[in-house]
Design a protein. Sequence first.
Length: 593
Amino acid sequence: MKKLIVFVGLLIGLGFSLKAQYVIKDGSELLNLQKLPQEKAYIDHTGPLHFSGEYLYYAFYCFNAQSNKLTNISKVAYVALVDENQNYIFEHKIKLTKGLGQGDFFISTDIPSGKYKLLGYTQWMKNSGLSQVFKDDIIIVNPYMVDQSSIIASTTDSVQRSYNLNRDKVVLDSSMITLSLDKLQFEPREKINLAVTNYKGYLGNGSYTIKVQKKDEIPVKSAVNAIAYATDYFNVDKQISQRVGDSLFLPEQRGELFYGQVSDANTGEVVTDMPIVLSIPGKEFLLKFSQTDENGNFYSYLRKDYKNPVAVIQIEDESKSYSIKKGAIAKLNTEDLSFSDFTLSKEHAESIKERSILNQIENQFFTAKPDSILQGDPIDPFDGGIPEVVLLDEYTRFPTLEETLVEVITNAGYRNGGKENDYVKVAQDFETFNEDFNSFPAIVLIDGVFIPNHEKIREFDARRIEKISLIRDQFRLGGKDYQGIVSIETFESDFLVDYSNDNSLLVDLDKPITKKNYYQQTYAPDEMAFSRVPDYRTLLYWKPQLVVEGSSYTLDFFTSDVEGTYEITFNGFTTYGKPLTIKKEFVVSRSTP
């Protein structure tokens, strides 16, 4: 007998509230939690100075705070941009792969000029407060808004003090990894070959971010580099400081944490030991089962990628009315954030005007230079099972689902439920599996939506159905046995639009941001496609993560039409946690005739 058992991935203990904070109930639980190392994060980004119409690109590094190596503890991280009034401009959820993640944010004209903080953290890090969280300054200049009081200097002296205070510190090539160029001056639209050489073998192996961008003409405090980060965050917490009876944020070790609470709709009392079904609809559907604990809480992890940002939470029991609430994670407390000094003066007006014009022109040709979305891991809704697929257009059509199951589908049909509702039963495969006869119901889904009461879809219009997929294995999910899966797909994939069911809740999901392959401009000698397209890029190259495992790499990119001094920054960490920051400058300038 083949059984596929889907585990819910229960979190240790109980006391889980709708604010995603777990209460430590005894010493043994505390000991287990203290064995899990605390984390710390680093973000490399294309700031600190950004204008409206530009993208803020970032690379996320998550470390074990005890070993300083990339961690596998959290599978999800968060990047946020907060203003001086503690308003969140954005909070991105990103998936981590071996501690690494990436993302970007377009700075629209709705965001005012001002000083901001870029924050990086995991839920586990939030237990140690703001001191554990990565913080860096971001300055946004929005020349399209009238009010610029937040960044305008009252005197030129204040600008000069800020300039002197924030002068970039030169970081030379290290003896471990070096950056080499054929020359230090290039023509516009010329190809550059950047050689990265690792002289120390496995000691230089690691994960690094590479960016090539024009140096800011406006004086601004430098972004936190890897070396500065290693010093500034050396003494962060190595484990949680909470004690028995304290609440804490749980780590997202198995994926995105999804949770909520069930109570009796009439009495308000929490409901214990109640099976919960979570379905994320679509052709690549996801199905999760859970069960409420003694406090009425249910929780599960979303481990796989999912495409639909909507989920249906359902309770199979129809004997009572229940209230279902989805939990919400409390925001990070940002009250103690401090912001750097930054001011502009009239002497920067021409630079601001020029950069803004170039941004506007560059954005007009955005469609000619698109980024590509990286496809996530393919979703197998049947977890390895090979379904029997029936395309109904290949058979005589019948008006209802029940008739279709009788006349077309060989191994599934309605079974008399006696005093209970009738249900769909999938025939057991006794030729393949040596198993006892059972009367378990099938898992039935329409467009990925779990159907608790099969009686209600007997008369479903079969003319809407494109195909029916059948799995004949046994399943044990959420403490209940099922025989097979019947997955029904409509032509329009629109079953959820009109679906309503007692004891169910439709909720929006906060999906992790999509990973991208960033567009890289190229110019072939005989290519005319971009001859009439202006190129006003000031960020010539961005590689969120380069995993160095060999001795040498050659990276190619092209200069743009924007002349000036550019800086290559190679920034990251070896596999042993050692920080490396290397900078090299070159000039883009048209040759004198």
